[in-house]
Design a protein around this ligand. Structure first.
Ligand code: NAD
Length: 246
């Protein structure tokens, strides 16, 4: 119960790494605030957290909509009187190589993976600073550190959230708020379904552990970073990639 009663907002929590994180936080005793685009997915994730014994509530919110994010944060503050953790997990890909990428593809990924991370962090920051405590965790990627063919937009956002992490850790650290990022390698979630099987086989061969990661293996790291066990970890990026980048 490392997260007992910690009010934790997890964006993109209806599937993949976000759902695994919601479940992990539920098992660790957190009060889980599930945020995702569509009501059915949100409701199912909330039900799952409750089955695991946690208090959970859900919000169907598009994190690119600043008013909707502000309304969610206000409602959470109203109901629980505090916000302890924000996991900025929601993310998308719209891949094309540089010469083919459309402005629409570029902007869509910037909006969700970068601008919305700013929205959510800014929205919770006053509460956390007033409390003198809080944890913000950002979803980066090894792609943000090393680049990847066809992912100009995605790589830029994932490097961008490292910039957020470093900056916010300096700004908010003195106020008792820790900010860190996790950079997963290739994790077996629906986001990878957009990639050809041949490419995924190639990735597997490049990973020293010779397998994709599981969403739970990222959720475990978020749970650790959100917990008091990580009380002196601030401004870092933790790679969880099976040795991919060695
Ligand atoms: P996923 O596609 O399985 O899940 C993403 C979730 O985010 C979905 O439930 C989706 O509905 C939600 N979402 C998307 N846009 C949203 C919006 N505007 N508002 C609210 N919710 C929104 O993805 P995943 O593989 O679980 O990835 C989660 C995060 O981890 C992403 O930020 C991704 O970039 C990052 N990541 C994933 C991998 C991987 O290999 N799977 C690797 C590195 C980083």
């Amino acid at each position: 119960m490392r997260l007992k009663d910690k009010v934790s907002i997890i964006t993109g929590a209806a599937q993949g790494i976000g759902l695994a994180t919601a479940e992990k936080f539920a098992r660790e005793g957190a009060i889980v605030i599930v945020c995702d685009l569509r009501q059915p997915g949100v409701d199912a994730a909330v039900a799952r957290c409750r089955e695991l014994g946690a208090q959970a509530v859900g919000y169907a919110v598009n994190v690119t909509d600043r008013d909707a994010v502000d309304a969610m944060v206000a409602a959470v503050n109203e109901q629980f009187g505090r916000i302890d953790v924000l996991v900025n997990n929601a993310g998308i890909t719209k891949d094309a190589r540089l010469q083919k990428m459309t402005i629409e593809q570029f902007d869509a990924v910037i909006d969700v993976n970068l601008r919305a991370v700013f929205h959510c962090a800014q929205a919770v920051s006053d509460t956390m600073v007033a409390q003198g405590s809080g944890v913000i965790l950002n979803a980066s990627s090894v792609v943000g550190i090393y680049g990847n063919f066809g992912q100009t937009n995605y790589a830029a956002t994932k490097f961008g959230v490292i910039g957020f992490t470093k900056t916010w850790s300096r700004e908010l650290g003195p106020k008792g708020v820790r900010v860190n990022a996790v950079a997963p390698g290739f994790i077996d979630t629906p986001i990878l379904k957009t990639m050809p099987e041949k490419v995924i086989d190639g990735m597997r061969a490049d990973i020293p552990l010779r397998r994709l990661g599981q969403p739970e293996e990222i959720a475990n790291v978020y749970a650790f970073l959100a917990s008091d066990e990580a009380s002196y970890i601030n401004g870092t990026v933790i790679e969880v990639a099976g040795g991919l980048t060695v």
